[in-house]
Design a protein around this ligand. Sequence first.
Ligand SMILES: [Zn+2]
Length: 368
Amino acid sequence: MLTLDGIKAVLKERGCKPRLSRGHVYALCPAHDDRDPSLSLTEAPDIHDPSRKRILLKCHAGCKPAAILAALGLRWGDINAPRPKQAMPRSEPLAVYPYRDDAGQLLYEKVRWPGKGFPYRRPPRPNDKPKFIKTSPDGRKWVWNLHRVRKVLYRLPETIAAVKAGRTIWIVEGEKDAGGAASLGLDATTNPEGSSAWRSEYSECLSRADVVVVPDNDDVGRAHATQIVESLDGVARRVRMLQLPGAKTKDLSDWLDSGGTPGTLLRLLDSATTCMPEGRGGVGGERKEESVTLPEVPSSALSEPLVKGANVKGPRAPYGEPTVHTLRIPGVARLVRSLQADGLSAFQAASAALDYYLQTRGGENERR
Ligand SMILES: [Zn+2]
């Protein structure tokens, strides 16, 4: 097999005037009438297996790599070793996250590869077509999809045990964060398939649980956290949302990497926003919730405590457009109505009601 230097020698032989510059070989393309070097050759990690290198050919005039090789009298096998026959798995995964059912039986795994892929795999079922069943280097057989698989929370058996024992459940975004939190001794979980993929059946496992939701520090993360909070409304015993401090903190892993400790996290919990106070949810709990819809108010007009204390529902306003916000806070509608009767605008009334709520009921719950 030829190295980049070997190919350079072949190009030289064919009069393609190759030269090496910053790790690339530039040459006249042998496949078209080239006056200005159009051909570049680069050695780069194989996208399917970054531990191996491959030589990439590119003619900037658009000649196909096969045509360039043919013009040089070479074959693919002369410059790059054939890839192993089996397409999956291509290399050792960086991480494998097992998802198990209530009884601890493996349902599926999420696999993290070098690069970007996060595919899922599941044990084969008797009716799976053999062509979809792949063998991993350790000899185990997998089907790389989630067709007709029961989707569950990550660390489900541990989570169920923690709920039973009355411990606080931490919902974070992603298995890496859940693993990080679990390694600190927290009962942490996450949902599969990333943000906006929370399902009501995940909430059912958290019946009567004391839950802390830790959103990723971006709009998608906050929207996801809001989806979880709403889904847990009337199901969990208490739901709190904990925004990690620091504008640059992306998520819990990031916060832990920058020196966050379990002690600090628990202290931060004192400042968490209570989205659903204790005692309203759970079996026999009161599901009903009063809400008030604010008229069209630009997001910027929502004052800091208003946004922080409220479960603000409805689309965020990405382009600064006015949007409708629904505040879902127990008892707030009655208070707003009476304030409006006193002559306040709907927005002023909601704002004042919220301040009142934060100073009284909300604060009471947060001090617990
Ligand atoms: Zn060319």
